[in-house]
Design a binder for this molecule. Structure first.
Ligand code: CA
Length: 523
């Protein structure tokens, strides 16, 4: 992108065939503004919103990313503001005639020599943080666990300087649910696999109520990998504190039991040491939240560049958010490494289509009021900007929601787009580093794993200077290229993974709740 002074009227064109472009200037542009191309604005256009580059006749396709993001509802003269009220949204692509592994992208050249300092676990996975997690089987125990966690932080944690934090894995599942319904497997395996996240060191401490539907043995059945007793030997016996157990007389004794067990786990975790690991041990989840029209121009392309660097370094990278890639599905099926992977993409999307149909959801459900204020007219436009996060590598695999990832390369992890649910499912997949882009701004963070946040606009990065870790808005300002910011993100990932740098969300202890995806009925 050429260097252009941000003072002069300036728009960003994504593809030479596009008939709209987005206004780049902070604060938007007023009527009469003249662009370098000679185009004159007819009315005020806010920053990030679209301007018609040519006269558009009624019913003409509105092209951005060389894709019809909608059709003109009436004649739109050149220089007009093309907002959502002037567009008819296209229907969703059909799933029965998609290109299957047609694009055959060449494998990217390997990228060797990049390392980070991580905590290697007995099962081969690598943590980027050293955290005591307390698994819960049911929401009923949440208050007790929260109380225990508070006391552990004050009374025990200072004695174990190598342990970063203590986290209660609280959730709203476990009872009052149709636990034998076929789709109940999703929340159950999500909770199971989160307990085994590499940042928790392989040992599991469970707090159970006693009478709940999700019994500890059902959550973590015999043979679940990586369940290790304190002597280091694999054993099926679970380390469980059961609140209804007769040994507990009074609240104090429940807390004493949790504290005693926590002490043993803290001692084990305190022995962990960081060691040099290849960048291939990173398991990175990418997603976006609070998107605007700059997401697909600055932050997401820079993340896509970093995604390619990770794939080249042999790491695992997940992109997700089914409803945000649905409209660009042919870009995914054509990029699949083989027919089996393309069919798995279609299978997951078809499952999600049926799930949305059950709830009578229409296509306007994704795109928030903030997305629209930020210039995104509809889900088609949002999807085109969202897919860019996945970079250019072949799609090597597909992961159903809640499953643990055991594959390198670029993976489509099928999750809802909801920030909290997507992050929770990526944690279950084994994510040890999270990359998050935002245009409108969100203080999103997770207690279980570091979250690097990338701002799409310099204005946001300036105002939220102590919340945003990377400013990709410099790409629109003309002061950095996509490659510059992509490399900056990649190097920052290695520093954050090593514990050398803390993200802003970590420094302020900004932690969002785990939110399970439960497509099964509640009773
Ligand atoms: Ca999201």
């Amino acid at each position: 992108m050429s260097k252009i002074s941000i003072q002069s009227p300036f728009y960003i064109l994504m593809h030479e065939c596009d008939n709209v472009a987005i206004v780049a200037n902070d604060g938007g542009l007023h009527p009469g503004s003249v662009f370098p191309s000679g185009l004159i604005l007819r009315e005020y256009v806010p920053q990030g919103h679209k301007v018609a580059l040519v006269d558009l006749a009624a019913h003409a396709p509105i092209l951005r990313y060389n894709v019809a993001i909608g059709y003109a509802l009436k004649d739109i003269p050149a220089g007009s503001w093309v907002h959502e009220g002037l567009l008819r949204m296209p229907s969703a692509p059909k799933l029965d005639s998609l290109p299957i592994a047609t694009r055959k992208p060449l494998p990217l050249p390997p990228l060797d020599g990049y390392t980070f300092e991580g905590y290697r676990n007995a099962d081969g996975s690598v943590g980027t943080r050293n955290i005591l997690a307390i698994t819960t089987t049911v929401q009923c125990v949440a208050g007790v666990v929260e109380h225990a966690v508070r006391r552990i932080k004050v009374e025990l944690l200072p004695q174990y300087p190598n342990v970063d934090d203590v986290v209660g894995l609280e959730h709203t599942y476990g009872c009052g649910v149709a636990i034998d319904a076929p789709d109940a497997i999703v929340p159950i395996r999500t909770l199971r696999n989160i307990s085994l996240n590499p940042n928790f060191g392989g040992g599991v401490l469970v707090v159970s109520l006693g009478c709940e539907k999700l019994q500890p043995q059902r959550l973590l059945p015999a043979g679940t990998t990586s369940i290790r007793k304190l002597n280091g030997e694999t054993d099926d016996a679970l380390d469980v504190v059961c609140l209804q157990s007769e040994e507990h007389v009074g609240f104090g004794s429940m807390i004493d039991s949790i504290m005693a067990k926590a002490k043993q786990h803290l001692a084990r975790l305190n022995e962990r040491r960081r060691e040099t690991c290849p960048a291939s041990e990173l398991v990175v989840g990418v997603q976006c939240g609070g998107s605007d029209a700059f997401s697909g121009v600055t932050a997401n392309p820079a993340v896509g560049f970093a995604t390619d660097l990770l794939v080249r370094a042999g790491a695992s990278v997940m992109f997700s958010e089914v409803t945000e890639v649905r409209d660009g599905i042919e870009q995914l099926t054509s990029r699949a490494v083989n027919a089996k992977v393309a069919e798995a993409i279609i299978r997951e999307i078809a499952w999600y289509d049926r799930y949305l149909e059950k709830g009578d959801v229409d296509r306007s459900a994704n795109t928030t009021p903030g997305n629209k204020l930020g210039g995104l007219s509809n889900i088609v436009e949002k999807a085109m900007g969202s897919i860019v996060k996945s970079g250019s590598a072949p799609i090597a695999g597909v992961l159903p929601p809640g499953e643990r990832l055991r594959q390198k390369g670029l993976i489509f992890a099928a999750t809802p787009a909801s920030d909290f649910i997507c992050g929770t499912l990526q944690l279950a997949a084994g994510m040890n580093l999270h990359l998050f882009t935002t245009g409108r701004g969100t203080p999103y963070g997770l207690a279980e794993c570091p979250v690097i946040k990338v701002a799409t606009r310099s204005d946001l990065a300036r105002r939220w200077h102590d919340l945003m870790d990377v400013n990709a808005g410099r790409i629109a300002d003309g002061s950095a290229t996509i490659e510059d910011v992509g490399w900056e993100i990649f190097r920052l990932m290695l520093d954050v993974a090593s514990g050398r740098t803390k993200t802003w969300a970590e420094r302020w202890h900004l932690h969002n709740a785990l939110v399970l995806f439960n497509p099964a009925p509640v009773t």
